[in-house]
Design a protein around this ligand. Structure first.
Ligand SMILES: N[C@@H](CCC(=O)N[C@@H](CS)C(=O)NCC(=O)O)C(=O)O
Length: 144
């Protein structure tokens, strides 16, 4: 196993850390378990990640769940000027946090669970249109 290893594929959340690792040019291993098929509830996996969710990451002695926490760890540990921007100032970091929490809390979790609760996913065209309109209202500005 390489020093850096991910568990989880096939969802936007599992893509986040893999995409980040690719942007940073990192070498990593991947155990390609997917969602909602029981793999996250296997005893071996739960002994690593008791939350029973993907993605999950181990980097030597660091073990993390939560896609955004993993991405931010990778950027803070491995970023360089040619790769992903890693703001150093307090305000720059706060602006980065602001967008991460907004995307995770307001767009990702809230919209996904509300959409599921109302079963709009069964009508994918209308659902996609609504997500596009919602995202268009929140186009990000550059982080200084
Ligand atoms: N906030 C978490 C959410 C993780 C999550 O809910 N992952 C889903 C798949 S997208 C999962 O593992 N569900 C359990 C399962 O499918 O067995 C993150 O961003 O990493």
């Amino acid at each position: 196993m390489s020093d850096l290893h991910f568990w989880g594929v096939s969802t936007s959340r599992t893509l986040r850390p893999i995409w980040t690792a690719e942007e940073l040019g990192l070498t990593y291993g991947l155990t390609p378990i997917g969602p909602r098929n029981g793999a996250t509830q296997e005893r071996d996996y739960l002994s690593r990640n008791p939350k029973g969710k993907i993605p999950y990451m181990v980097d030597r002695d660091v073990a993390l769940s939560e896609s955004v926490a993993i991405c931010r760890y990778l950027v803070q540990r491995y970023s360089n000027d040619d790769a992903i921007a890693n703001p150093q100032s307090i305000v720059g970091r706060a602006k980065c946090d602001e967008w991460c929490f907004f995307i995770l809390g307001e767009l990702d979790e809230t919209s996904l669970y509300i959409i599921r609760r109302h079963e709009v996913l069964k009508r994918p065209r209308r659902w996609l249109l609504r997500v596009n309109v919602a995202l268009a209202n929140f186009a990000p500005r550059p982080i200084s």
